[in-house]
Ligand binder design. Sequence first.
Ligand code: NAD
Length: 358
Amino acid sequence: MHKIAVLPGDGIGPEVMKQALKVLDKISKKYNIQLTYEFADVGGIAIDKYDTPLPKHTVKICENSDAILFGSVGGPKWENLPPEKQPERGALLPLRKHFNLFANIRPVKVFKPLKDACSLKNELISEGIDIVIFRELTSGIYFGQPKYISEDRTYAVDTMKYSVEEIIRIAHLAFEAAKLRNNKVTSVDKANVLMSSVLWRETVTEIHKKFYTDVELQHMYVDNASMQLVRNPNQFDVILTGNMFGDILSDEAAMLSGSLGMLASASINESGFGLYEPIGGTAPDIAGQNIANPIAQILSAAYMLRYSLKSDSAATDIENAIEQVLNEGYRTADIFSGKDGEKKVNTEEMGNLICEYI
Ligand code: NAD
């Protein structure tokens, strides 16, 4: 029995979450996985009801769960509130901190039928794209101390710091993921100029030698990695990197997919507890119209099955169903190009089709 905290949030969040839960109901019956859902308010809707984007009882529900399925939060109504009250800053960041979600997993998948939407030339991605980025999320230069601007504002300091322990725990996750995929890890650093990267490289090499000699390990400087992502993305399987490099590379890689409605991410902690969410926002321009693409939210449910509930086959089953629905030409408005064979469907219909193909 797995308890899932469901936090749909604002805008398109509730519409796409409904489809993800429909898919989870279908897959859980097929694989005999017992799921129970506890719903809680987060973001703008929580501000309206309780005057805070992250009410205490929402945190309590998350604490009593095995994973958090998150929609998205925010919208024009709450944009002018003070920073700590803003839906994203006041809900997502505290949740990541509270649960020590140190590993951000960002799969970048361009399904073959959608390769025309990719920003790269077709011949570079004949088979689509399938990469997973493991980014360290709670340390590195964004958090290292000291961090300040001098009193006379003539200089500023940030500190890039990584401990061996922090590197080891994310390295294990990346190697374990590679074993379920194409068995290759590319560790990205800047070891030619940064001491923290020298330690990063040494530590990853050691973990590889000790535990994962059956996985291929490659080291790459971050400047080269950003170039290789647009030159030949299919050379990558799992990318393992620190906080700042991961921040930049994951957005670069996301753009390869062409639509925000197709990508999700996972943030997990040492015990495998995780928060799963689409990478896009609340899409206020299309909210409430039943036209949003639910695939990102459905993929976030698949990643929850894979990374927190350890049911890789159920996750793969969902991904295959999505691919088949796309192969049949079904498209929500954001990925509809009007080509022969394409059939436009709404949010609800897309959810139903994916359920049918499971
Ligand atoms: P957005 O991602 O909401 O929308 C950008 C564009 O992508 C819009 O045209 C939107 O219609 C489209 N889009 C996004 N998801 C889609 C989907 N599933 N299907 C079809 N089209 C989709 O970004 P924005 O407009 O910059 O932000 C809107 C609000 O969302 C803001 O309040 C922002 O703070 C918030 N936001 C929240 C999160 C989060 O909760 N993690 C992330 C990003 C933005």
